[in-house]
Ligand binder design. Structure first.
Ligand code: NAI
Length: 299
């Protein structure tokens, strides 16, 4: 099997002090990447987790630098990218992984809980990605991974703030992939799953043992590699299961002739067909879906 290598590629991993991000950073470094290990966190002894991971990489013979900036401000995002530029001279890979939870049911959620979660996951993705893309465009090369969650794609009790932020990054990806495609910048999103600090107490012990953070790494490593040609996709994974997830539109049905008004009652009478997802297609094929009904060209 030919190895995936990152010879002198420069990677930024946010939230890499522990959990899933730490595994991404270790694997990229092991394969030759120079890594900016970004994290605001400290362990119980007040040792910076970013330092611990950067040291671990260096001890193993790799190259890494710690960064303690928060992803939540433009200044922080710029500093993270500047750290890569100052130490390694470029940015080839960005994994937007930093995350927090502030769970509360929607009706009880405070403005602070809403803002804090949006700030890290959604605004944070903007703040770091923008300065990184500037460099990637200049170098005409980039691999970016955003981190979503099944909580956003399918819902999870008490996580409307988190779910909104996680779907938001998919919105960024869908547009950004179009805006940067001619610069050989590939952008994808993953929805991981793991027993980590973030999910402590969520999974029963038996399940927790099987959903190790490192099982999320292989697909992210591949998506960050030069070999990866895909952009704009969402991948969901857990304990060695990997699958593509997608926004799809059903075949639907056409009502009227584009010249007369359409009544709500006509929609009601065809509602079963409208909501049917049989033969649904991902969004990049929506053109095909529209042409099936030929809504603009008449029938
Ligand atoms: P974790 O809590 O172990 O790691 C997240 C890291 O992000 C922490 O080290 C934390 O200090 C850091 N961080 C938080 N705010 C930051 C900020 N403002 N700037 C820089 N770093 C910051 O969590 P885990 O489980 O490793 O999660 C990683 C990513 O995967 C997160 O985006 C999370 O939302 C996502 N995810 C995790 C799932 C799971 O099952 N663990 C499920 C779905 C998504």
């Amino acid at each position: 099997m030919e190895s995936i290598v990152f010879d002198k590629k420069v990677a930024i991993v946010t939230g890499a002090g522990e959990g899933i991000g730490r595994e991404y950073a270790l694997d990229l470094a092991k394969r030759g990447a120079f890594v900016v290990v970004n994290d605001i966190g400290c362990d119980q002894n007040q040792v910076r987790t970013a330092d611990k991971v950067a040291d671990e990489i260096k001890k193993a013979g790799g190259r890494a630098v710690a960064s303690y900036d928060s992803v939540t401000t433009m200044e922080g995002g710029q500093n993270i990218v500047d750290t890569a530029m100052d130490h390694f001279g470029k940015v080839d890979i960005l994994i937007n992984n930093a995350g927090i939870l502030r769970d509360r049911t929607f009706m009880k959620m405070t403005e602070q809980e809403w803002d804090d979660v949006i700030a890290v996951h959604l605004k944070g993705a903007f703040c770091v990605t923008r300065p990184a893309v500037k460099i990637m465009k200049e170098n005409r090369y980039g691999r970016i991974v955003f981190t979503a969650s099944s909580s956003g794609m399918y819902g999870n009790f008490g996580q409307s703030n988190y779910g909104a932020a996680k779907m938001g990054v998919i919105g960024i990806m869908n547009t950004l992939k179009l805006e940067v495609s001619r610069y050989n910048i590939k952008i994808n999103t993953v929805a991981p799953n793991a027993a980590t600090g973030m999910t402590q107490g969520v999974f029963p012990d038996e399940v927790a043992k099987r959903i190790k953070p490192e099982f999320n790494t292989p697909i992210v490593t591949f998506l960050c590699s030069e070999e990866n040609r895909e952009s704009g996709m969402i991948f969901t994974m857990s304990a060695g299961w990997f699958a593509r997830s997608a926004m799809v539109s059903g075949k639907g049905t056409c009502i009227g002739d584009t010249k007369r008004p359409i009544k709500a009652e006509e929609v009601r009478d065809k509602f079963d067909q409208i909501k049917d997802l049989k033969d649904a297609l991902p969004y990049e094929h929506c053109g095909e879906i529209y042409s099936l009904g030929k809504p603009l060209t008449g029938r």
